[in-house]
Design a protein around this ligand. Sequence first.
Ligand code: DX5
Ligand code: ZN
Length: 217
Amino acid sequence: MKKICPSVLSADFSKLEEEIREVEAAGADIIHCDIMDGNFVPNISFGPSFVSTINKITDLPLDVHLMIENPSKYVYEFYEAGADYISVHYENNIHLHRLIYQIKDLGVKAGVVINPATPANLLMDILEHVDYVLIMSVNPGFGGQRFIESVIPKIIQLKTLINARNLNCLLEVDGGIGLDNIKQVSDAGADMFVCGASVFKSDNKAEAIKKLKELVS
Ligand code: DX5
Ligand code: ZN
């Protein structure tokens, strides 16, 4: 079953509870939480206490995407805050294998993220150790950016690799996904779709989720 993962970064924080309940009722599968530190990416978002608040509002699994320096220092705090999935970037983690097992040893699903300019073949050795790969289809830092088309061949390439090696590894795609392109991303091989603006900035969030789900089912 393919999964729609609304990103709360694009929610109206003054109505956080209402908006999360609305997407949950509409059939969202996972809540995506973007953690930004103003160093690894230019923007600053929120931290573990905010994730813990989201965890109190919803029963849905929480997918925590760490766009921060020194993620190893904060993994336990996000686990305690209720993270069910934690992903870390390939680009700023020298001891990636150790970090992935730091996450997995907590019983949390561990993912590796690659930016649009990072080639898929750099994941060759870590692939068998991760529960999912998160492919960025925008440069990380902000919601509402335009989908970068050139990541489509990368999704196909990774899916082919995963299938050829018979790995139990899901593919998540993040950035600029909406009604106009979700089918193309799904057909390329994605299993999980992060949708920020296309859900939370929509006039009818329930309808947006329903249509997104239809397009990938
Ligand atoms: C970007 C974040 C995304 C973002 C997606 O750095 O990782 O998760 O919130 O938002 P949209 O779907 O609006 O591009
Ligand atoms: Zn994200």
